[in-house]
Ligand binder design. Structure first.
Ligand code: CUA
Length: 172
């Protein structure tokens, strides 16, 4: 028996009240998401991810990052000092970064081997940068609140991925 479509009048029903409400909610959510995404540069103009990226020499960068860590690990980084962090399976080149609240710090970030994810969490802050090998990422961060922040690796990079952590202490 051939399938003959029914005429529209036979299957069409008006939307029920609940259906109309759900369609309105879904539309409102879609509009809000699209509007916040497009207007984000106006809401948070400093939130550049990242402001620049350039090719780098991993060997030279490793030395700069290790040098930075040997001077500043666990010690306050003075304002106007550039921060150098290298990511490597399975650690960050510095374990405790101490920064001053309300100061613009320029971060340099690079991976010496595979893709890592530099993600800062704590005090309502979430900041994330994917760190591709062979590139040096430069961005500015200003911590508005004192407290302890944690950096985790947010790109799966091997068996020790879960242990890639560092701490950022922001002091008043
Ligand atoms: Cu580094 Cu996951």
């Amino acid at each position: 028996m051939p399938l003959i479509p029914k005429p529209v009048e036979e299957w069409y029903k008006e939307f029920s009240k609940q259906e109309k409400i759900w369609i309105a909610i879904a539309l409102a959510v879609a509009i809000i998401l699209a509007a916040t995404t497009l207007s984000w540069p106006l809401i948070d103009p400093k939130h550049e991810v990242p402001s620049s990226a350039r090719e780098f020499n991993p060997t030279a960068y490793k030395e700069i990052a290790n040098n930075f860590s040997s001077i500043y690990n666990g010690k306050l980084v003075p304002p106007n000092t550039d921060i150098y962090i290298a990511a490597q399976q399975y650690f960050w080149s510095i374990s405790t970064l101490v920064l001053k609240k309300g100061v613009d710090y320029r971060f340099h970030l690079g991976s010496l081997d595979v893709i890592h994810g530099f993600t800062i969490v704590g005090n309502g802050t979430v900041y994330s940068i994917m760190v591709m090998p062979g590139m040096e990422y430069v961005f500015t961060m200003n911590f508005k609140n004192a407290g302890t922040y944690y950096v985790i690796c947010s790109e799966y990079c091997g068996y020790g991925h879960g242990s890639m952590r560092m701490v950022i202490e922001v002091v008043a």
